[in-house]
Structure formats: C-alpha cells, structure tokens
Design a protein around this ligand. Structure first.
Ligand code: OVV
Length: 343
C-alpha cells in the first residue's frame, strides 16, 4: 500500500470548494459534520426526509439525499454515480488522498470486478460457516467473564472486545497490538469528511499506527490460514495481483471491526432502553438476528457515503453537473417512513 509512502501528503492540500449553489437548487444551510448535528442526527435526518429529495449544502458545495428510493437509485447506478472518484467529500481526481484508494470501496467496474470476486471468495459461505464455532466459543468465554464481574463497560468491554478478538483471528493477524485497529479505522472512516476538528483529531491519533497497519497487510505478517492468506492465494492463482491482495487485506483491517462495534453497541443499548423488547428476545432467542438488523437500521454504523456524478444528469428532477458530489445518507434512508412503517 502507498499509505506510508504518502508521508507528507497526510495534511493534504486545502479542499478546493466550489460552494456556489446551482440555479434553482433547494438549499439546506447546515453543516452535517458539525458536533451539533452529530449529537442530534434525528433532526438532520428529518430535514432530509421532510424536505425536497435533493438539497444543496452550501457550506461544502455538495448535494445531499436521504429518501430511501432516491438513495437506492443512486447507489444502484455506478455508471452515472461512481465510487472511483471517492466516497468522501474529496474528488480523488483532483485531490491527494491520505492513502492509496481502496480497490474495493473506491472503485467501479471493470477494475472493481476481480477485487470483489477475491473478497467474495475470502468470505464465502463455507468460510463464514467455518468461523462460527470460534466466534461462538469466544462469545461464551467473554460473556462468562463479564457476568462474573461487578460491572463492565458495554462499549469497551463488550462491543469493542468481541470483534477485536474474533475478526483479526479470522484474518490471520498476530495477537499483538490489535487495538491499533481502532484509531486506524477511525481515520479510514473520518477521512471522508471535511478538515474539521474531528478529522484532524482522527489523523493525529492514527498517524503513529499507520506504519503498523501497513506492515500487517504483508503476507509474511499473517500468522496462519485465514481471510488474509486466502486473498494472497487469489493472487497466486492470478485473479488479482499480489499488490491488490495486500490492498484487500488493508480493507479488512480498515473496515472489519468499526461497523460491528457500532452495531453491537447499538443493539445492546436499544435493548437496555427497551426492556419489553429484551424480554421478547429472551423468550425467543431466534429474534437475535432481526434485533441486530433493527438496531443497525435505527442507528446506521455508516451515516453516509458519497458518489460523484460521472456526467451531467439529474436526480429526482434536480439537475446534477458532471463532477458534483452527492452525499448519500444511508442513516436517513434507514429511517424513511415511506419505506419503513413506524421507522
Ligand atoms: C472506511 C472503509 C469502509 C469500507 C471499506 C474500506 C474503508 C476499505 O478500505 O476498503
């Protein structure tokens, strides 16, 4: 990967913002990346869902969408609304990203196709089924330990602990320094936002662990069979190159634990806040999966990803110019009453 080699570019150039509102655009004067919005996501999502389907955010000069059908349509059309120009606020064709782009997240067909095939092979149904007993055993061990304690921190001791053990095991990573994945993932996710305090802080926390993360992606750093080695076998067989295998291991390390931590934390928090639902789940443990699904619908671990318009086009009647960035708010779409009864 090029992350370590990109030293000196970490601070980036200042974002080149063209915040000029296009004619006739519905304007929503709000900063979606401000602390106030992050602490009151419901109001922001309601403004996206109750107003026009496509709004211009003048502070940064991008479009925002949140209605479920509109977001789905944009996500389904990679030819018009591409990922390869970046899924954050920056256009990768005109900016210097903090690391080499991901070949699975920030890519479109045809380049994306074999990367996805390799990833699907590494996480095939059989592989996932084979992981289950180990995940189960550690879940039992962890819960037994937590129940024996006087108290424990649900976020740190449960939601973070579990994925930070089982997922690096599944990749085939060594046992040391796994908590380094947290600041690294925090930067991987927050890098898509503007250069505010949150992003600068994520960068500051992650810089010391970036060389570690890059090192972990090497084949010789893996300690056994696992998802990582399977990706390198895909390279041995010619499906992808060995450099690409390395970038896909980097994707696992970047995005393998963060959303699971948020999802587990949200599930247990919602159950704590809704004891009637907890009783229902206890009475019928087969509800565990729908309970988890409902938690990640209500509190999407990923709030938004961007797409970039590849040509002049339109969304829900609004004219979109080539190069325009569109913030696709998954978290709002997941709370859209047009799609979900009593969202
Ligand atoms: C932050 C993030 C999300 C999803 C995938 C990746 C990163 C990646 O590195 O591929």
């Amino acid at each position: 990967g090029g992350g370590a080699g990109a030293a000196g570019h970490w601070e980036g150039e200042p974002l080149q913002l063209d915040t000029h509102a296009p004619q006739d655009a519905a304007v929503l004067d709000i900063d979606p990346y401000s602390i106030e919005v992050l602490e009151d996501l419901e109001s922001w999502h309601r403004r996206l869902l109750d107003g026009p389907p496509v709004v211009w955010i003048p502070k940064y000069g991008f479009w925002a969408i949140g209605q479920h059908d509109v977001v789905s349509k944009v996500f389904s059309n990679w030819k018009l609304f591409c990922s390869s120009r970046g899924v954050g606020i920056e256009d990768l064709t005109t900016s210097t990203p903090w690391r080499k782009p991901s070949i699975i997240l920030e890519a479109d067909p045809p380049e994306h196709t074999n990367a996805k095939k390799a990833m699907m092979r590494a996480m095939s149904k059989d592989t996932v089924a084979a992981l289950e007993p180990g995940f189960q055993a550690y879940a039992e061990e962890l819960i037994t330990r937590l129940l024996a304690a006087d108290s424990f921190d649900l976020a740190h001791d449960f939601a973070e602990d579990f994925p930070l053990k089982v997922f690096p095991d599944a990749i085939g990573m060594p046992a040391e320094n796994r908590r380094n994945m947290l600041p690294y993932a925090s930067l991987a996710f927050n890098a898509g936002g503007p250069e505010n305090e949150i992003r600068l802080n994520a960068l500051k926390q992650a810089v010391p662990v970036i060389p570690w993360a890059e090192q972990q992606t090497l084949r010789e750093s893996l300690v056994g069979p696992g998802l990582g080695e399977t990706l390198y076998v895909c390279a041995d067989e010619g499906l992808i190159t060995h450099d690409e295998a390395r970038l896909l291991v980097r994707s696992l390390i970047s995005a393998g634990v963060d959303t699971t931590i948020s999802g587990l934390g949200a599930t247990l928090r919602f159950l704590a806040e809704n004891p009637d639902q907890w009783e229902l789940l206890k009475a019928d443990p087969s509800l565990a999966r729908p309970a988890f699904e409902e938690a990640v619908r209500k509190a999407s671990p990923v709030h938004a990803f961007f797409r970039t318009a590849n040509e002049d086009t339109e969304i829900a009647g609004t004219k979109i110019r080539e190069g325009d960035k569109i913030m696709c708010n998954l978290a709002a779409a997941n709370r859209d009453p047009r799609k979900f009864e009593n969202p």
